[in-house]
Design a protein around this ligand. Structure first.
Ligand SMILES: [Zn+2]
Length: 430
């Protein structure tokens, strides 16, 4: 996945201290050998748009009260690891996510590397900012708390948005997010100021579209190209949303549904915002956005806007880890080559995150975040699912390990999913 993208045949990757020490054709003495004969090695995959489960309290608070609903880090993060996802960007970070990250780094839990963005929106909930000064102060707080990035959201005023993006620039924090609603098609170019570095969904453009034509998509693409902003299309979530306006079968019958935390299984079925108040008009609108998203991806790719893979995992029906493979397939369907799709989930996101000297390619000196595949993903992107084993954070899990862990997880979830505690409507009672 290096810039030249050449495949290295018959290579031996020497790993020491969790890093790639050398790419050679000889095996050092006393090495533990993982035989990759006839297989394909790719860098660990990166999902650039996730919402991770973490400990939370849904009920009334009182001093000294902690979480009331718990997420076991090992059990939750297995979904990523099992799918070869070794790095994620959390786009609505909370303090609990820092705890998870530390557990993983310390080695007391298995999981991916986690970059954290603080979400700032207008209004009154979460980290809200309704004036430029509040915006700047919230960014300073994010920096002080250790966040890596800022995520801007839909309800910010133009002035507050500009202040946030500028303050983040001063503090060396890249800004990713929605295009605030105040920017419509007519003044859209005004949203693209320096340090607004990534649009978090293709539908941020689709929602502004007037003609839904290829020409309009190219217009958006040229605007993005000119400002240097990148795109995370998140094709998967829009597709799932459209399906869920029709029926929840697409959630129920997901192969990976049994691996989802029992509380979220229940939420996605009993409190599904896409299915709630659904109508043929809603279905038609979502389908139109999903279809146009692909037109946008093709236009952005042709125009040379860097595209990175992200899923919005955590949204209903978008299962952590598993969904990245759906996204790769949709990116190819939209017009990316298999190779471009792989790059969008390896080298490019590493570059955007500013850690391309550590992850994203298989090169000496990088962390040994590696996925061994049984088949060539450059021939068919679906082959990225044919995971023989994953190496990350000094751990090697082979197919058998992964299958055992996944089946234990399914048993754990299934044993609990009917308990009162895991019914979404009861979440405030605990
Ligand atoms: Zn999201």
């Amino acid at each position: 996945m290096t810039e030249g993208n050449e495949v290295i045949p018959h290579a031996t990757i020497v790993i020491g201290d969790n890093k790639i020490v050398a790419i050679t054709d000889s095996v050092p003495e006393n090495a533990t050998i993982i035989d990759g004969t006839g297989k394909w090695l790719i860098p660990g995959l990166i999902d650039m748009h996730v919402h991770n489960l973490a400990d939370i309290n849904f009920s009334e608070n009182y001093p000294t009260k902690g979480a009331t609903m718990f997420t076991d880090t090992d059990r939750f993060m297995l979904l990523y690891v099992a799918n070869g996802v070794t790095t994620v960007l959390e786009l609505s970070g909370r303090v609990e996510h820092f705890g998870q990250r530390n557990e993983i780094i310390r080695g007391t839990a298995l999981g991916p590397r986690i970059a954290l963005a603080m979400l700032i929106d207008g209004g009154t909930s979460g980290h809200s900012a309704n004036t430029p000064e509040q915006g700047r102060q919230t960014v300073r707080i994010a920096k002080a708390q250790g966040y890596d990035f800022i995520k801007v959201y839909s309800h910010l005023s133009a002035d507050t948005y500009y202040a946030i993006v500028d303050e983040a620039d001063k503090l060396n924090m890249k800004v990713i997010g929605h295009i605030p609603d105040v920017f419509e098609k007519s003044n859209l170019h005004e949203a693209f100021v320096p340090n607004f570095q990534m649009v978090a969904h293709a539908e941020e453009f689709a929602k502004k579209a007037e003609t839904f034509s290829e020409e309009e998509a190219l217009e958006f693409a040229r605007m993005a190209k000119k400002s240097g902003v990148w795109l995370t299309p998140t094709l998967t979530v829009m597709e799932r949303m459209a399906q869920q306006t029709v029926s929840l079968d697409s959630v129920h019958y997901l192969k990976s549904f049994k691996y989802v935390h029992p509380l979220m299984q229940n939420k996605w079925i009993t409190s599904n915002n896409n299915f709630k108040n659904t109508s043929p008009e809603k279905t038609a609108r979502f389908n139109k956005l999903a279809e146009y998203n692909k037109v946008l991806v093709r236009a952005f790719n042709e125009t040379g806007v860097p595209i990175v893979a992200g899923t919005d995992a955590g949204s209903s029906g978008v299962v952590w880890g598993f969904s990245l493979h759906d996204e790769l397939e949709l990116l190819v369907e939209a017009g990316l080559t298999n190779q471009e799709a792989l790059v969008s989930a390896t080298r490019l996101p590493a570059e955007w995150l500013g850690i391309s000297d550590k992850i994203g390619t298989i090169e000496s000196g990088n962390f040994a975040d590696l996925v061994l595949l049984d088949a060539n993903p450059l021939v068919d992107i679906k082959n990225a699912r044919a995971i023989h084993g994953v190496f990350f954070n000094g751990n090697w899990l082979d197919r058998e390990d992964i299958d055992t862990m996944l089946s234990n997880l399914a048993v754990w979830n299934t044993a609990r999913k009917d308990e009162d505690k895991y019914q979404w409507e009861n979440r405030r009672n605990y």
